[in-house]
Write a protein that binds this ligand. Sequence first.
Ligand code: ZN
Length: 248
Amino acid sequence: MDYKKLNLTIIGHWGAYPGPGEATSCYLFSAEGYNLLLECGSGALSLLQKKHSLLNLDAVTVSHYHADHIADLFCLQYAVRVDMELGLRSSGLPIYGHTEDPSFEKLTYKNFTTGYGFCEDTELALGPFTLTFLKTVHPDPCYAVKLTYGNKSVVYTADTGYFDALIDFSREADLLLCESSLYEEYRGAIPGHLSTGEAAEIAQKGRCHSLILTHLPHFGQHKNLLEQARKGFTGPIQLAESGLSLVI
Ligand code: ZN
């Protein structure tokens, strides 16, 4: 791992439920020894520990409270408890989420984890990272996240339907980590989710430098998502996959 660079490891990339041996949404951002977990979906804790100690997590941020984004959060709270009671971890784990849902209360677990709220006006300094937020179009409140480190930026769309403000929010991002729940022929079929062509359109109009398609569907051939996105975005595109690690 490059200490002075922004490192991203994709832990989980499935929508809804994990594929066999894999996980739903979970992304690890690391720089200067600071480790931020973005989302903690089903299967994430198991996969994360293949290469990373839970003791090294400094903070967690979640976009919204659908199970495929937070299912393992509650076992992570137990892990923090065990580690604190064993004297392996000296302080609790902060977990950041929006406050527009009663589930926010669950982010706090005794003195082991503490929930902190954010909204669109929040500029959050987490270790070397700065996070800002944009409310997305989703059946329940959900926030896209822009993570900035030095002159690098990553925009994570979380779950969302298409809306123009996402283009401005993504402007010139080094990486757009974009949900792509739908093949292009299903554009608009599930409100609150993007087709791969819409993901490409946001990346292209926002002049993003690269695009990763994530929150992937459980049917069809994922290579078709890639081919369809290439028609709309001229920059480099990758499919999210478990364990994919990159320096941004
Ligand atoms: Zn959702």
